[in-house]
Design a protein around this ligand. Structure first.
Ligand SMILES: C[S@@+](CC[C@H](N)C(=O)[O-])C[C@H]1O[C@@H](n2cnc3c(N)ncnc32)[C@H](O)[C@@H]1O
Length: 464
């Protein structure tokens, strides 16, 4: 089937993970870069016995629901795949993904899934972006055909599925504040000063990575990763950022000569300002260090947490377990409405942040533990702590380990609030929880406009 062309394929719908789907001779065909309602010729790139994958090579009809993408990088950059679909429809498709996964996988009685709670900001909603320096700029087909000479240094995002190619970003609509100015000014400065951009294959080059974090309170953290330990050049670059952008409240750098870009195990240097920024929610302060996790859409994180808190229906005398607590944001957010909140999380540094966040907000009824959920949430843990009245669980994309689900079934907390960033694994876990729990409410929340991602909150109650 590979390379075969299917003509006049109607794109019928969007399936899980944002894949557009049509049917040909009874087989499902997944097509990238299209929208439901398009009619296209498709070149097959992968053919299996039950499905095919392909790319559109000719459009016969464009869907009436298409809109003009607002970003000049759309189509090449992998960041915002749904810019060509209007926002109301994006929300509809997100809800539909939840409905489909629940019907296909959970197979438990479910009430009407609520309409997706949309994000007020559908551009400039991210508080963190990660840009890569590279001497392997991605060139478009037109640029290659022009046979002109191009500077191959770039600062931007990885091209999907090509680890060494970087698209040079001129303007990104995902992050507001001074993000675009900082990135472009640093690139110009580096090019003018002939500082080397990182070569990912050879693993050499001074400038490696740039992380910009912003807050709703107007603070900005900038972290520069250097691939070489060259104190003189590092000073010149950092002085430039410090002088040019006095708005940066936390300016840091790290020297990273390892094979990968992660810096959890490296020491960061605070060059100017504070070693953290602070986010705020209902008067609570959350300290965010360079290694801390914080939900990337701050404003919508507040909406998500309000849904979780509503679903928990706390009266003030409950013991709440906040599983996969991260930096304890949900735990601290609901602490005022509960007797005690116990947060559990894998990453030790996150647990330190969670404790610190309780401390700086004067919250005294939280306890936090670091460890793998399936090991830590055992009989001994339960006998050493009060039994939960409410469990809030917010696992990673893989969902909960079956051992953890079995523990929840043994614990029999009257209420479980399940927050998930992957409705497929959530549905799988709900199928197991269905033995003792019924689904009472389902609320999809959009944290990432212009992408297929959907967050979903479910309220479960113990069957009587
Ligand atoms: C979706 S995040 C939760 C974020 C947090 N509730 C918040 O809103 O900021 C999932 C968290 O689960 C943690 N995690 C992943 N696997 C884990 C495991 N096996 N045991 C405990 N925590 C785990 C991750 O480190 C991450 O912080």
């Amino acid at each position: 089937m590979k390379n075969k062309v299917i003509t006049n394929l109607l794109i019928e719908r969007i399936a899980s993970e944002g894949k557009c789907v049509g049917h040909h001779e009874g087989k499902v065909v997944f097509v990238s870069g299209v929208a439901p309602g398009d009619v296209v010729d498709v070149r097959i790139t992968k053919g299996k016995s039950s499905f095919m994958e392909g790319e559109a090579i000719r459009f016969h009809e464009y869907s009436k629901d298409r809109i003009e993408p607002f970003c000049s990088h759309f189509g090449t950059c992998g960041g915002c795949k749904w810019q060509h679909i209007n926002y109301d429809l994006q929300k509809t498709y997100k809800r539909q993904q939840v409905v489909d996964q629940f019907e296909r996988i959970a197979k438990v009685p479910t009430p009407e899934v609520a309409p997706t709670l949309g994000s007020k900001q559908i551009q400039y909603y991210r508080n963190k972006l990660d840009f890569t320096f590279s001497n392997k700029k991605w060139l478009t087909l037109d640029q290659i055909r022009s046979e002109a000479e191009f500077d191959r240094n770039a600062l931007g995002f990885h091209i999907p599925k090509m680890f060494d190619k970087i698209i040079d970003i001129e303007h990104c609509y995902l992050q507001g504040g001074i993000s675009n100015e900082v990135r472009n000014a640093l690139r110009e400065f580096a090019l003018a000063g002939k500082f080397s951009f990182y070569d990912i294959r050879e693993q050499v080059g001074l400038l490696r990575n740039l992380i910009i974090r912003t807050t709703s309170t107007g603070q900005t953290m900038v972290i520069v990763q250097f691939g070489e330990n060259d104190p003189e050049s590092i000073k010149v670059v950092m002085e430039f950022l410090k002088d040019r952008f006095p708005e940066i409240t936390s300016l840091l750098y790290v020297i990273n000569t390892k094979g990968n870009e992660t810096f959890h195990d490296l020491e960061l240097v605070t060059y100017a300002g504070l070693p953290y920024i602070e986010e705020e929610m209902e008067g609570l302060k959350f300290r965010v260090g360079p290694k801390s996790f914080y939900q990337t859409n701050s404003e919508q994180a507040y909406e998500l947490y309000k849904v979780a808190r509503d679903f928990a229906q706390l009266k003030g005398d409950e013991v709440v377990y906040d599983l996969y607590t991260g930096t304890g944001t949900i735990a601290n957010f609901v602490a005022k409405q509960a007797k005690q909140v116990i947060g559990v999380e894998y990453v030790e540094a996150a647990i330190e942040d969670a404790k610190l966040n309780s401390q700086i907000n004067g919250i005294e009824n939280t306890l936090f533990y670091a460890g793998d959920m399936k090991d830590i949430l055992n009989e001994e843990f339960i006998s050493n702590h009060a039994k939960p009245d409410v469990i809030i669980t917010d696992p990673p994309r893989a969902g909960m380990d079956e051992k953890v689900v079995q523990m929840l079934l043994r614990l029999e907390a009257p209420t479980i609030v399940y927050v998930s960033c992957n409705p497929a694994t959530q549905a799988r876990d709900l199928a197991l929880l269905g033995e003792k729990y019924q689904v009472e409410k389902v609320q999809p929340v959009d944290m990432f406009p212009q992408t297929y991602h959907v967050e979903n909150v479910v309220r479960l109650t113990l069957k009587s």
